[in-house]
Design a protein around this ligand. Structure first.
Ligand SMILES: Cc1ncc(COP(=O)(O)O)c(C=O)c1O
Length: 484
């Protein structure tokens, strides 16, 4: 308790108290500290004293101050470094990753699996009840119309809602520029086929989302990997050198939140990225599925906002923010509109009208925005918790990213460990993770894996993460006994 006559400054005593609560587990990484007013009245000290303690804790890197929200405890993150950049050879390659992707998907969907291998961050705060309520109402009102085909490029009121959201962000978007797709994956498939053909070179981040690599593989294109730092995204010098050296027909980047690292490019860098690519007249496909789930204190804009030539095609969806199973996504592009519509017609004719109706109502009701706000907070808290567990239970020399949004961390095990082996061991314990090699076209990231924290946090999740730590130790021991 606070001792007023002691030699210790009062604010220091408040700090000691918070640290003691952290040590005892009363306060855990990601938790919100009591408000200034509440703690000052509980401890019978002034508000400025508590404020001084919180500011000092922030200076020491132990808490985060979030505007209009409060102070949050960080994980200790003492010696835990970010994954290192591997060596890159600047050469386009054919992609071959299908077999392991199949194995990873199978693992995610086996019964009783702890799904740490799937990125569905909305499950951390799922809006199932709100969506079910709307679905019931819509079904009752629509009668047989609910079974009909929808318009090829999407349900106009939903397109209007999406366009309005872009306009509110300051991004010029007309309802006609939006095509509703079956998830972002179809939007990406259409965008890439509007801009490149078999044999063409497409620049991708490295590491990048394996769904993009799978598209490139299936379309017979070549991938050119551009190094992407787990702190601030794509390395622009490398990008320029690669564009100088090769005839790149399109780029596919997630500049806001990268999957798997969770990196977020700073605004100035994002702006520069668009300048570089548009100055070379190369189409830039922006995969922005996690953009709304960033942890930055100020709003961040999609690359579309910086486009001067209309060469940016934005692809996104409701999969990460509302319901992955609805399979509703969209693409935004004026320049490629006609070509894109042709592909959409040929590929899937239209997307589920019923699901578009439900999402239109969900967005209109305001619940969508309210849940995104809540979701960001929950994900941020989960992130601190998983980082803290990794720090405690994983071997020394493990590295981990510090995601700036989304629901996954990128972990690099110590030298000698193989993450595909780790993945298979984990599956035998009913835990799925995603092995690192899936995120590269050239077999990089053999020691890395993506682990999800985008699910309701509970004791079982904690035990699964601890188990992953145990399994990584067993990989290390095996390696040492082989060496011995
Ligand atoms: C970076 C990224 N892009 C696109 C997708 C595909 O999204 P959707 O489920 O909307 O097709 C995913 C899904 O995991 C993703 O992580």
């Amino acid at each position: 308790m606070i001792q007023k006559g002691s030699d210790h400054f009062l604010y220091q005593q408040v700090i000691d108290l918070i640290q003691a609560m952290q040590t005892s587990g009363t306060l855990r990484p990601g938790d919100k500290l009591p408000s200034l007013r509440k703690l000052s009245s509980q401890l019978n000290v002034s508000i400025p004293t508590v404020k001084q303690a919180y500011v000092e804790l922030e200076r020491l890197g132990k808490v985060d101050a979030r505007p209009k929200s409060g102070y949050y405890l960080r994980s200790a993150r003492m010696g835990i470094a970010s994954p290192k950049r591997p060596t890159f050879v600047r050469r386009p390659v054919e992609v071959r990753c299908q077999t392991l992707i199949e194995e990873a998907y199978e693992a995610v969907h086996s019964p009783n699996m702890m799904p740490l291998g799937v990125s569905h961050p909305v499950m951390a705060s799922p809006p199932d009840k709100a969506l079910a309520r709307i679905m019931r109402r819509v079904l009752a009102q629509a009668g047989p119309k609910a079974m009909a085909y929808g318009p090829m490029d999407g349900y106009a009121p939903l397109k209007r809602q999406i366009a309005q959201r872009y306009l509110e962000q300051g991004v010029e978007a007309r309802q006609e520029d939006i095509i509703i797709t079956n998830g972002a994956q179809e939007a990406l498939a259409i965008a890439i086929q509007c801009t490149a053909k078999a044999g063409d070179i497409v620049a991708v981040e490295s590491p990048t989302y394996f769904g993009i690599l799978e598209l490139i593989e299936n379309l017979g294109m070549m991938a050119l990997e551009i190094p992407t730092c787990s702190l601030d995204g794509i390395c622009l010098d490398d990008l320029q050198e690669s564009l100088d050296a090769h005839d790149v027909k399109a780029c596919i980047f997630s500049s806001l939140i990268n999957n798997p690292t969770g990196s977020c490019m700073p605004e100035r860098k994002r702006q520069r990225l668009v300048e570089i690519i548009e100055s070379r007249n190369i189409p830039l496909i922006e995969d922005d599925v996690y953009g709304e789930l960033h942890f930055c204190d100020e709003e961040v804009l999609p690359l579309q906002a910086y486009s001067k030539k209309g060469l940016v095609i934005t692809c996104s969806s409701f999969s990460k923010t509302a319901a992955p199973s609805y399979r509703i996504g969209w693409m935004l592009s004026s320049r490629y509109e006609q070509k894109a519509k042709g592909f959409k017609r040929a590929l899937s004719c239209s997307s589920s009208l019923l699901n578009q109706w439900v999402l239109t109502e969900y967005v209109r009701s305001g619940d969508f925005d309210r849940n995104i706000k809540r979701l960001r907070q929950v994900l941020r808290q989960n992130k601190e918790r998983i980082l803290s567990l990794i720090e405690q239970y994983f071997p020394e020399k493990t590295c981990v990213s510090n995601p700036q949004g989304g629901g996954v961390v990128w972990v690099e095990l110590p030298p000698g460990c193989d993450s595909t082996e780790w993945f298979r061991l984990a599956v035998s314990e009913s835990i799925s993770i995603t092995p690192g090699v899936l995120f590269s076209a050239t077999g990089k990231y053999k020691r890395c894996a993506r682990i999800s924290y985008g699910l309701p946090w509970c004791q079982t999740v904690e035990s699964a993460v601890k188990k992953l730590g145990e399994l990584s130790y067993s990989l290390l021991n095996k390696k040492m006994s082989k060496a011995g």
